[in-house]
Design a protein around this ligand. Structure first.
Ligand SMILES: *[C@@H]1O[C@H](CO)[C@@H](O)[C@H](O)[C@H]1NC(C)=O
Ligand SMILES: *[C@@H]1O[C@H](CO)[C@@H](O)[C@H](O)[C@H]1NC(C)=O
Ligand SMILES: *[C@@H]1O[C@H](CO)[C@@H](O)[C@H](O)[C@H]1NC(C)=O
Ligand SMILES: *[C@@H]1O[C@H](CO)[C@@H](O)[C@H](O)[C@H]1NC(C)=O
Ligand SMILES: *[C@@H]1O[C@H](CO)[C@@H](O)[C@H](O)[C@H]1NC(C)=O
Length: 434
């Protein structure tokens, strides 16, 4: 009897708490999901898994990669670690099938003829879980667990927005069907998440390249829509203005990957400069100006000389043109999202800042000059973000958090970093102004 009474009282207290705290925002940990704003996660580069289906139009590089082997059904193309462990002969097939081509008529990138692809499990975080040890900690799997630990529930108030990382947002007015499709899907997901959570606006949380997708998505959404549906953007591990690391990736991608390269490394090399996304994170002239980034005896290349650099490492005129018309304007026109924003970055880790190919041989291993950052994203680009967004009078709220001695992937796998990230997400939940 007494126990029953106690349970009843507890239930009543909980009910009261739920009612109270859904009105006045409070610390969510103690008060459960009722007061939480829905969260949508956008993971980093290579984290969107892809299914593919081949048709007779596909011309396989070797007969073993042809349609009969796969059949006409959907199979996991990126990434299918188990199959690759069991049958390494699949690797060249998968590498070939992941390539993009540029369709002149459409003025856009697309899959090879005869290859159809689709992003796996859009709307959920299910595809963030990889069995490949090389990328296990790079795709927000631990962040999903940490958010579940403070009351978030997959499918109820926790969602995922994986995207096809081979593509990138192109300049406004330039065709980019993949990004346009992603944007429509994300718009519906944001609205769904809000409507099914008491009309609370959502918190977008991004890691690395996901931040570019999110900021471009927001910038191209009507301002009233943003203010109605987006409570906050929490952007992890991304500044503004790209990274010299990408120049190294592109310089060396003519040489075949060594057998010891990871699957990702080999896909990037074999993506064979065909991915639209690799051009999107090249250092921006707006941030790097004319600082020499690639140094050779004969001449230096700064961000302002990017087209010359691309030509020097073997890009065709058409490819260079695509950099100028599709990728560069996006970087130059960067603007803050004009929704409340928290930027969290690691510092104190050596990060590539300059590459020295003294003999001008871009296939050779460069000598590297490091600066401060998270190992991938340099502090300079984070400071540039603070300037561009922090000083924008229309940006109502901007907070920058720097975590000492934290790497790019440590941010979403290291226990202490995750605690901080979750704390900032909970803080964004409680903010009253939006
Ligand atoms: C992985 O690839 C193999 C071989 O192509 C295929 O049989 C399997 O179904 C794929 N896995 C998934 C999850 O699609
Ligand atoms: C990569 O691209 C070059 C030039 O576009 C081409 O000659 C080469 O065959 C391609 N390699 C692969 C593996 O697709
Ligand atoms: C390239 O840049 C370095 C470092 O700033 C400078 O010392 C050097 O003189 C430059 N070389 C040329 C060829 O301009
Ligand atoms: C450039 O470097 C690569 C890799 O070290 C080497 O194999 C090649 O011979 C070099 N090319 C020249 C022209 O020195
Ligand atoms: C930075 O992290 C590394 C690896 O976790 C650790 O060994 C080192 O002591 C740390 N350095 C500082 C200054 O905290």
């Amino acid at each position: 009897m007494e126990a029953q009474q106690h349970r009843l009282t507890t239930a009543l207290v909980l009910l009261l708490a739920a009612v109270l705290f859904s009105v006045g925002a409070q610390s969510s940990e103690a008060h459960g999901a009722a007061s939480l704003h829905p969260v949508i996660l956008l993971p980093g580069y290579s984290c969107g898994q892809l299914d593919a289906r081949l048709t007779d139009e596909y011309k396989p590089p070797t007969p073993g990669c042809g349609v009969p082997k796969q059949g006409r059904r959907w199979f996991r193309l990126w990434e299918n670690y188990t199959a690759l462990q069991e049958d390494p002969a699949l690797l060249p097939c998968y590498e070939d099938q992941l390539r993009l081509v540029y369709d002149r008529a459409a003025g856009d990138y697309r899959n090879l003829p005869g290859v159809e692809t689709r992003v796996v499990s859009f709307g959920t975080t299910r595809s963030f879980f990889f069995d490949d040890p090389a990328i296990k900690n790079t795709c927000m799997e631990r962040l999903v667990e940490a958010l579940e630990g403070v009351g978030y529930t997959e499918g109820a108030n926790l969602f995922g927005a994986p995207y096809d990382f081979r593509y990138a947002p192109a300049a406004p007015g330039v065709a980019s069907r993949a990004f346009a499709d992603f944007s429509s899907s994300l718009r519906l997901l944001v609205e769904h998440a809000s409507v099914t959570n008491g009309n609370r606006p959502v918190i977008l949380v991004t890691h690395s390249f996901g931040g570019l997708y999110a900021t471009e998505f927001l910038n191209r959404s009507p301002l009233p829509w943003r203010r109605r549906y987006v409570k906050h953007l929490v952007m992890l591990c991304l500044g503004v203005g790209g990274s010299p690391v990408i120049m190294q990736v592109l310089a060396s991608s003519t040489s075949s990957p060594s057998p010891s390269t990871t699957l990702l490394g080999s896909v990037l090399a074999f993506g064979n400069r065909s991915f639209a996304s690799t051009l999107s994170l090249l250092p921006s002239p707006k941030v790097y100006g004319d600082t020499p980034l690639v140094i050779t005896r004969a001449r230096n290349y700064s961000a302002k000389d990017m087209t010359e650099f691309l030509a020097a490492v073997g890009f065709t005129d058409d490819e260079v043109q695509r950099y100028r018309t599709r990728a560069l304007p996006v970087t130059l026109n960067f603007r803050g999202p004009l929704v409340p924003m928290t930027s969290i970055n690691g510092v104190g880790v050596p990060t590539i800042d300059r590459l020295i190919y003294w003999d001008g041989n871009f296939s050779a291993k460069p000598q590297v000059v490091n600066s401060d950052g998270d190992g991938i994203i340099s502090l300079d680009t984070v400071l540039a973000l603070q300037t561009f967004v922090g000083d924008d009078p229309d940006q109502r709220y901007f907070k920058s958090v720097l975590i000492p001695n934290m790497t790019h992937t440590g941010m979403i796998s290291d226990h202490s970093a995750l605690n901080r990230v979750v704390k900032e997400i909970l803080e964004a939940n409680q903010a009253t102004s939006s």
